[in-house]
Design a protein around this ligand. Structure first.
Ligand code: AHG
Ligand code: MN
Ligand code: MN
Ligand code: MN
Length: 334
């Protein structure tokens, strides 16, 4: 995009992480090991995603073998890969996943060494797999709070405390988008080398773009302000784009601008998306790129203090001006 600074040197994700260590005190060796676990896991998940339909065929045959194992669904495969890779990293104290009801306490010893919590959505938009659509992985990294007595409680920090966040989009190419609080950088997996290569640094989201991304089938169940916004946007000639995988929809908006929304609906009064491993990491990325992320007028997503790792939250994020248009309608209808 016009706003991004194009990378000219050849820098892999690994080299990028090493570079950051010298610029950013947070990026201790431990932290770099965690990012490298995310790098190898998402390459492995990408390989599984690329073979999705082939593995289904092989799975049916495999289920007749002596072990009689069921072919695992890809969310479970992706979850296992992330748990295995992160579980081997000294710096990870706790992991929490969409696919596990309870957080997993890996290391509870109270050594002086700084430890981290990693939260993730192993496979986002997994229903898209049935139709060869884009899917992703989303992650959020928090510092373990040493003062909290129960390890679970140290997870329940507001998104503003995230030390890093990112996603990997398994689309027509595999893209890794990362922030450690110093802007947003983008890497593309080169399948020939098996490495994520940096393609852009300091991504900036365009301040406006007449484009919205929402499941409009739920429109009649949206609060009045959202319906007012949609009527207004349609009069203004806005485009509608919705993949149905948050990673793919947010990636398009990060690069091209616009607004992504998952409003409250009649069925889901807090919306569908999960605060800690969907909304928070995306909100950090969007804000780091100069955009905005709110759940209601005046309420930044990153300020919400969670009380449950799986809690849901309405999401409105994207270009600053486009988010303002939505918030103005919501405030007027309140
Ligand atoms: P997941 O596949 O991780 O459960 O997430 C699905 C989410 C998100 O990716 C997407 O934005 C949203 O569900 C789509 O929901 P609707 O089908 O209700 O529009
Ligand atoms: Mn998801
Ligand atoms: Mn998921
Ligand atoms: Mn799911």
């Amino acid at each position: 995009t016009a706003h991004a600074q194009r990378s000219t040197d050849i820098v892999t994700l690994q080299a990028h992480i090493l570079q950051q260590q010298t610029r950013y005190p947070e990026a201790s060796g431990q932290f770099s090991w965690i990012l490298s676990a995310l790098s190898i896991s998402t390459k492995m998940i990408a390989a599984h995603v690329r073979r999705a339909r082939l593995d289904d065929v092989l799975g049916a045959v495999g289920s007749q073998n002596v072990q009689g194992e069921q072919q695992q669904k890809l969310d479970v495969i992706a979850n296992d890969i992330l748990l295995r890779a992160l579980g081997g990293r000294e710096g990870v104290a706790i992991v929490a996943s969409e696919e596990n009801e309870q957080p997993i306490i890996l290391r509870s010893d109270d050594s002086e060494q700084r430890k981290y919590c990693v939260l993730f959505d192993p496979l986002d938009g997994s229903s898209n797999l049935d139709v060869c659509g884009a899917v992703g992985t989303i992650f959020s990294i928090l510092r373990k709070d040493r003062r909290s007595t129960r390890p679970e409680a140290s997870l329940l920090q507001c998104g503003a405390k995230q030390v890093a966040a990112g996603y990997v989009l398994y689309g027509s190419s595999t893209v890794f988008v990362l922030t450690i609080g110093l802007g947003v950088d983008m890497f593309v997996l080169d399948p020939a080398y098996g490495a994520f290569i940096r393609v852009a640094e300091g991504l900036r989201i365009p301040p406006a773009n007449k484009s919205y991304s929402v499941n409009e089938g739920n429109r009649l169940g949206f609060p009045q302000g959202y319906r007012d916004y949609l009527s207004w946007a349609q009069e203004q000639g806005y485009s509608s784009r919705y993949v149905g995988a948050m990673v793919a929809d947010v990636h398009r908006i990060l690069l091209q601008g616009g607004v992504f929304m998952y409003p409250p609906t009649r069925k889901a009064p807090d919306g569908k998306l999960r605060l800690m491993y969907e909304a928070n990491p995306m909100a950090m990325l969007i804000e780091q790129a100069g955009g905005k992320a709110y759940c209601a007028p005046g309420q930044r997503i990153l300020d919400i203090v969670p009380d449950d790792i799986h809690q849901r939250v309405p999401v409105v994020l994207g270009s600053a001006q486009e988010v303002d248009h939505v918030m103005n309608r919501l405030a007027a209808a309140a």
